[in-house]
Design a binder for this molecule. Structure first.
Ligand SMILES: CCCCCCC[C@H](O)CC(=O)SCCNC(=O)CCNC(=O)[C@H](O)C(C)(C)COP(=O)([O-])OP(=O)([O-])OC[C@H]1O[C@@H](n2cnc3c(N)ncnc32)[C@H](O)[C@@H]1OP(=O)([O-])[O-]
Ligand SMILES: NC(=O)c1ccc[n+]([C@@H]2O[C@H](COP(=O)([O-])OP(=O)(O)OC[C@H]3O[C@@H](n4cnc5c(N)ncnc54)[C@H](O)[C@@H]3O)[C@@H](O)[C@H]2O)c1
Length: 715
């Protein structure tokens, strides 16, 4: 609702009330209409202030209303009525003014923001554009280049930047509503002619075509097939080239296409999924709302290689004390330098001082005796990790949580090295650990709910989206990647090239195809894992292992010292070791031809559809297995992991959402088809849960949990 009160006799105060973010639901919109009408009708009222309750101005349109039948007054006429008012209307912006919230403020005559407020038009991140006249008013207020930046990226700006850009008129450190009331009284009675943004001409640009061409090129490159950023550029172009009323028509037209698009559905699903994963549960029945985390003030990181350094930076930046341990003196010195550099660069960007003093470095594991939680990040070697866990158990005080950053080793096996296995969980970060948003929190059968809650909470403190998952080889993300990569390899054996497979996957929206990604992460990583699993055995018949089809292509490349970017060659060639520009490699093509000839394989023409279906559907099938086994609680968990950790295109929601969009019947049919053609590839055999979902009438994704529950109760 919107509450109307009178302040100091002559100020009408409208307070938006719709927790948690005062979104503009039908009731709130109606409340604004009624309150504005009332205030304008009261002769004693000289000016109006609009604010939001609980220190939040407004989070925009109510996203939960999208997709339902629209009721209540539409936003544009509401904002026009405010702008047309003969009494000054001032927006008092505390906390947030996002999307429709900022558009509401732009409809007001003045805007006063608290210094801690964040403003922005993030509609593009939901597959939309600011269609309550935001795309038309903002360029008129701050000019085309700045408006293009804000609208196409959806980034939030601070109050200070908003003031600099001209979005707000004043910033205050004090009570914003008081400041707005005072301000409103000071301008009451003055002409409002120069305050109605819709009447402003859009600031002229001499190089208009060039600016829009550059903007379009930029969004097309970054968007990887997303349609909303393109529509945002088109809408701003309309503001720059058309009168306001016609610009609004164009905005409406563009929004109509976006509003019902699959991409908008996917992005909005993704928005809610990222919030839903915080409400985790374990098969034991333990849940986020019944498990209390322990506060973590001091943490230790063991092993300061690629991952340990990033984790140390993340913890220190969040204000925690960190003991950083590395046994190799040379590595320790290098790590100290690298960590300090990362902290300094990060601090410079944010205009704060680097928290260098939060970290103490040591080569002695005994220095971690007084920490609350340890994150181990030594080499991916079970024997070494077990030794480290035994040492930790001896030196840490009772109750210290012991976490491992292993990429996929058995958490339970590690926990068994300690007298308190309930304190052990996986905290699986993604490289670079201080940048990537995803954290897989892995619980073993003996991990306590408090250990899970603590790791989830710590993830939140350091700015991650944490997803709780069960213990299995590779956990959720890497486990699903395995059949995807296998299919990519099989396709090469059957006639494709790395360039073609990558092109198809990149056109789908991945930042990198399977082979470019493998070259970046290092082919030796998987090789080591396969060796440890007994799959790389010289002299064994090549294309079968443990009764299943196996492609030794990656192993053969590693035997040649081709580890990817780091060695200057892998699936592609690079100018020099460490170079990032992948070029097709004629050597690799002849190597593939020789390989096929040696194994009696005849290269055939493979089309886009086959590449996409075999890579994606095998990955999705593994996702269904993970749900069936209860390793992930719901499809949202898997989708968040893939969007945030594996560059799955956000506008496609995630693998499980994509399966829902394609249609489960179709996914099942195609898997059956491919499995028939490749009976020695078990990952193509449709899993039971997928069959059950299809058999139960292919319910939409938000109802899968009901079927999953039934499957679990039958186990
Ligand atoms: C043809 C039709 C024409 C339409 C006209 C277009 C109008 C306009 O241009 C479109 C929009 O405004 S589009 C909108 C543009 N606005 C945006 O894109 C802003 C989106 N919101 C955010 O970015 C963040 O939530 C905040 C930064 C606001 C708060 O962050 P934080 O403090 O970390 O908190 P948190 O954990 O993130 O959220 C807490 C709870 O609030 C919930 N909720 C939040 N916003 C909601 C909303 N608008 N609605 C509903 N619910 C919303 C959220 O789901 C969660 O509840 P859950 O039960 O746990 O799921
Ligand atoms: N690199 C990635 O992309 C990535 C991503 C997620 C998880 N992981 C996992 O994180 C862990 C670390 O990987 P990384 O890539 O940072 O490895 P890395 O080789 O870069 O670093 C490992 C570090 O551990 C140190 N170390 C070894 N034994 C030690 C001991 N007993 N005490 C203290 N330090 C010791 C080594 O000197 C080295 O500096 C592995 O388990 C890996 O699987 C890696």
């Amino acid at each position: 609702m919107a509450q109307y009160t009178r302040i100091s006799g002559s100020v009408g105060l409208i307070t938006l009330k719709n927790p948690p973010v005062n979104a503009l639901s039908a009731v709130v919109r109606q409340g604004i209409v009624d309150s504005v009408e009332r205030a304008l009708g009261e002769p004693e009222v000289k000016c109006l202030v609009i604010c939001g309750q609980s220190g939040k101005f407004c989070g925009g349109a109510d996203i939960r209303e999208f997709g339902k039948k629209m009721t209540g007054p539409p936003l544009i006429p509401v904002f026009h009525a405010i702008e047309a008012a003969a009494k000054p209307v001032v927006a008092a912006i505390e906390g947030i003014a996002l999307g429709g919230g900022l558009e509401l403020a732009l409809g007001c005559h003045y805007r006063i923001a608290h210094s801690k407020a964040k403003l922005g038009l993030p509609e593009v991140t939901l597959g939309l554009l600011p269609a309550a006249a935001g795309s038309q008013r903002l360029p008129r207020l701050i000019g085309v280049p700045a408006a293009l930046d804000l609208i196409t990226t959806g980034r939030h700006v601070t109050a200070a930047e908003a003031l600099q850009l001209g979005i707000v008129d004043q910033v205050t450190d004090h009570n914003t509503v008081d400041a707005a009331v005072k301000f409103a009284l000071s301008v009451a009675g003055q002409s409002l002619d120069a305050r109605r943004i819709s009447t402003f001409p859009c600031p002229r640009l001499s190089n208009l075509d060039a600016v829009f061409e550059a903007a379009m090129q930029k969004v097309r490159q970054a968007a990887r097939g997303a349609i909303a950023p393109v529509a945002c550029v088109q809408a701003v172009r309309a503001a720059a080239t058309l009168p306001y009323a016609q610009g609004l028509e164009r905005e409406k037209e563009l929004m109509a296409t976006l509003f019902t698009s699959g991409q908008a559905r996917a992005l909005q699903y993704s928005f809610f999924a990222q919030r839903a994963v915080g409400r985790w549960s374990m098969p034991s029945g333990a849940r986020w709302d019944t498990s209390k985390p322990k506060p973590i003030r001091k943490a230790a990181v063991i092993g300061l290689g690629t991952m340990g350094r990033g984790i140390t930076v993340g913890l220190a930046q969040a204000g925690l004390s960190v003991v950083a341990v590395e046994t190799q003196e040379k590595q320790l010195m290098e790590a100290k330098q690298a960590v300090s550099g990362m902290l300094e660069r990060g601090a410079k960007k944010r205009g704060v001082s680097p928290p260098l003093g939060n970290i103490s470095y040591s080569s002695n594991i005994k220095t971690v005796g007084d920490v609350d939680l340890v994150i181990e990040a030594v080499f991916e070697d079970m024997a070494l990790k077990k030794e480290v866990f035994q040492q930790l158990s001896a030196v840490c005080r009772p109750g210290t949580f012991l976490c491992t950053n292993t990429s996929g080793l058995d958490i339970d096996d590690l926990a068994s090295q300690t007298p308190n296995p309930e304190l052990v969980v996986g905290m699986h970060f993604f490289a670079p650990a201080h940048v990537m948003k995803l954290l897989e929190v892995v619980y073993g059968p003996r991990s306590s709910p408090q250990a899970v809650a603590t790791a989830m909470q710590l993830g939140k403190v350091i700015g991650k989206v944490s997803v709780a998952v069960g213990n299995c080889q590779g956990f959720v993300g890497n486990r699903m990647l395995s059949p995807y990569l296998s299919q990519a390899n099989f396709l090469l054996e059957e006639g494709a090239t790395p360039e073609f497979v990558d092109q198809v996957l990149e056109e789908f929206g991945f930042a990198m195809g399977a082979f470019r990604m493998s070259d970046l992460s290092g082919l030796d990583v998987g090789w080591r894992v396969r060796k440890a699993a007994g799959l790389v055995v010289p002299g064994k018949p090549a294309r079968m292992r443990q009764g299943c089809r196996y492609s030794p292509l990656g192993d053969l490349l590693c035997e040649q010292g081709r580890f990817g970017q780091k060695t200057g060659s892998g699936w592609y060639q690079y100018d020099k070791p460490g170079s990032r520009v992948a070029k097709p490699d004629p050597w690799l093509h002849s190597f593939l031809e020789e390989y096929r000839a040696r194994h009696g394989l005849v290269a055939r023409r493979i089309d886009h559809q086959e590449v996409l279906e075999r890579c994606l559907y095998s990955l999705i099938n593994e996702g269904f297995r993970i749900l069936e086994e209860g390793i992930a609680a719901g499809p949202e968990d898997i989708d968040v992991i893939y969007v945030l950790g594996y560059s799955w295109p956000r506008h496609r929601g995630g693998p499980m959402f994509y399966a829902d969009m394609v249609g489960l019947t179709r996914v099942l049919e195609r898997l059956e088809f491919y499995h028939q053609a490749h009976p020695d590839v078990p990952s193509l055999q449709p899993c039971n849960l997928l069959r059950k979902l299809v058999a139960s009438g292919t319910p939409p994704i938000h109802r899968w949990r009901e079927v999953i529950k039934k499957v679990h109760s039958q186990l």
